[in-house]
Design a protein around this ligand. Structure first.
Ligand SMILES: *[C@@H]1O[C@H](CO)[C@@H](O)[C@H](O)[C@H]1NC(C)=O
Ligand SMILES: *[C@@H]1O[C@H](CO)[C@@H](O)[C@H](O)[C@H]1NC(C)=O
Length: 294
């Protein structure tokens, strides 16, 4: 069949366009595959594989995983707001639904230009939180992307920054401490104004003349046991907790930090810890049971 020059060049143009579109899709697909905007979609923008969330004096923005998960590891690469980020909070967290929910939080508390971000972590079990820890980082998290991960199995919940553990919540059910292991969790991130408390105890307010405040994301990874909503919750729990599935996060070596990681955690705590609820005896005259390290 003869193809006229005009139609073949149109086909070629179409071919080129479709490659551009496909490459665009491949780069952006990790976000789209796993997540969707949950509010303020007009505060989202995409640059290739990178997603930007914007906070201005109209709105923040947030996204959520399309699915729920039990156990496994979730990682986001985040570049936090550059320059003046005082009053803002960028959060990355996992949460179950319902009144007795479980939640694992990373909250990045902004600061004035040149002053350090604080990373607050918290853990809710059966609806009860009040387990804040705060630390500063060994790098400027607004200059480049860094990876932030939550590892969750039946023995521990580990918060990691560039694969360095910054916090471990160990399963101490044998000491009567509740541990999150029977509720599927979604993965979330959001950026919002919290200038009533976030920066220097709420003394520094958001300077809206510096808006928009932009946090960037890429490298969306969820390696976890997916819990289909169409499947009954207890069936999901059974399947994701089964010891015969060979999930890598259930391997014996994953039940606690290895020696290298323990040393890393000790280094982080010695050099970067700013606040630990476990040592706050004015707030907790009787320290929570999980704080007992004996
Ligand atoms: C902001 O900077 C001040 C001064 O360096 C510091 O005390 C504070 O912990 C930093 N972070 C936040 C979130 O306030
Ligand atoms: C904040 O938003 C209002 C509109 O709601 C706008 O008029 C004002 O200029 C904004 N302020 C700043 C500092 O951007």
């Amino acid at each position: 069949m003869a193809i006229s020059p005009a139609s073949s060049s149109i086909k070629f143009l179409f071919y080129c366009l479709s490659i551009v579109v496909l490459v665009g899709l491949v780069n952006a697909s990790r976000f789209d595959e796993l997540f969707q905007p949950s509010w303020a979609q007009d505060h989202f923008s995409y640059e290739g594989e990178q997603l930007n969330l914007k906070l201005d004096n109209f709105s923040g923005a947030g996204f959520a995983s399309k699915s729920m998960y039990m156990f496994g590891k979730t990682t986001l690469q985040i570049k936090l707001i550059e320059g003046d980020s005082a009053g803002t909070v960028t959060a990355f967290y996992m949460s179950s639904n319902g009144p007795n929910h479980n939640e694992f939080d990373f909250e990045f508390l902004g600061n004035t230009t040149g002053e350090p971000y604080l990373v607050q972590t918290n853990i809710y079990v059966n609806g009860v939180g009040n387990r804040e820890q705060r630390l500063n980082l060994w790098f400027d998290p607004s200059k480049d992307f860094h990876s932030y991960s939550i590892l969750w199995n039946q023995r521990q919940v580990v918060f990691l920054v560039d694969e360095t553990p910054i916090r471990v919540f160990t399963n101490k059910e044998n000491q009567g401490v509740a541990f999150p292991k029977d509720q599927a969790m979604g993965v979330y991130s959001s950026i919002w104004n919290a200038d009533d408390w976030a920066t220097q105890g709420g003394r520094v307010k958001t300077d809206w003349t510096h808006a928009p405040f932009v946090a960037s994301y890429k490298g969306f990874e969820i390696d976890a046991c997916e819990c289909a909503v169409s499947v009954a919750a207890d069936q999901n729990v059974r399947r994701c907790s089964a010891s015969d599935k060979g999930y890598w996060w259930d391997q014996p070596v994953m039940s606690e930090l290895n020696q290298h990681q323990s040393h890393q955690l000790m280094w982080v705590r010695a050099n970067h810890l700013v606040y630990d609820y476990c040592t706050d005896s004015s707030r907790f005259p009787v320290l929570p049971r999980e704080c007992d390290h004996r």
